[in-house]
Every structure is written in C-alpha cells, then in structure tokens.
Ligand binder design. Structure first.
Ligand code: IDP
Ligand code: MG
Length: 154
C-alpha cells in the first residue's frame, strides 16, 4: 500500500467543493490516513513549489494559495500516487478530461482545485512537509477485503 498527499486548494475551499471531492476518493476505496486544515505561508509554499519559483506566474500562485486556509490530506491505497493523479487530471482544467476532478470542476491552469503528489519521492517529502508522524494513522477499514484481493494488499 502506498501513501500520497492531496491539498484542497483555496479554489476548492472557496467554492465549497471539499465534500464532493472527498466523496470521490472514498468511493474509489482510498483510505484517509491523515487530514487537517492549515494556513499555508510563503516559506512552505517556496519549498512545496520549488520547481516553479522562477516562473512568471509564481507570485500569483503564491498569493492564491494563501487566500484561505487549505485542507491537507494523506490518502493510502494500492498504487495511490498514480490512482490519485489519474483522478485529478491534467494541470490545466481546460485540458483535463471530463470525469477527472480538474476536468469536472476547474477551468483554469492556476485555480485547479487540488494538489496531488506526482511521484513516490515527492509523496514522501510532501507528507513529511505537512504532517507530523503522529498525525498519520496506520489503520485499515474492516471492509478492505471488498476493495482489494489479498494479492493486491500484499
Ligand atoms: P500539477 O499541480 O498538475 O502537479 P505543476 O506543474 O506541479 O502541476 O504546478 C503546480 C501548480 O502550479 C499547478 O497545480 C497550478 O496551480 C500552478 N501552475 C502550473 N502551471 C501554471 C501556469 O502555466 N499558469 C498558472 N499556474 C500554473
Ligand atoms: Mg506538481
């Protein structure tokens, strides 16, 4: 089982989309390993978006990500990083496929509803960035045998 990090961005918070999106992840069978509401600041955003600090849009992205509190969430499941990225869709909401979260809820490159970790190295660093060890719970719902076969849970 693998863990990944999701952030409900201010675009999800302001547009009251958190419940609908959380429902999608739960319907898929992903397990909530950690969840909390926080206010992002420039320091943590410069770390989190280090690959974008030189882009012309970075100041606007920074401002947007600090306009409201966000909800950070750690999801667990088989191949969770890839599964959540597929559910998230392309970065630009106008290019994201219908049926994906961004495809269904976003019409913007910047205001694209959620963040989702893109690879195992990023997921590990991002979970550490936003959660203390005691805030991540190792638990399994009792019905997990109806989400995965025993071979898939190994
Ligand atoms: P991702 O969120 O799909 O992984 P990244 O390239 O890692 O995409 O970019 C991080 C975030 O930066 C995006 O989700 C989006 O909010 C913002 N962003 C990326 N490219 C652009 C752009 O060209 N214009 C405005 N914002 C952008
Ligand atoms: Mg990214």
């Amino acid at each position: 089982m693998e863990k990944t990090l999701v952030i409900f961005k201010p675009s999800a918070m302001e547009r009251s989309l958190v419940g609908q999106i959380l429902t999608r992840f739960q319907q898929k069978g992903l397990i909530i390993a950690g969840i909390k509401m926080i206010q992002l600041d420039e320091k943590i955003l410069r770390e989190h978006y280090a690959h974008l600090v030189d882009k012309s849009f970075f100041p606007l992205l920074l401002k947007s990500m600090m306009t409201s509190p966000v909800i950070v969430m750690c999801l667990e499941g088989k191949d969770a990083i890839n599964v959540v990225r597929l559910m998230t869709g392309a970065t630009n909401g106008r290019e994201a496929l219908p049926g994906t979260i961004r495809g269904d809820f976003a019409s913007s490159n910047q205001e694209n509803i959620i963040h989702a970790s893109s690879c195992p190295e990023d997921a590990e660093a991002e979970i550490k960035r936003f959660f203390a060890p005691g805030e991540i719970f190792e638990w399994k719902p009792v019905n997990l045998n109806f989400v995965y076969s025993p071979l898939e849970m190994a």
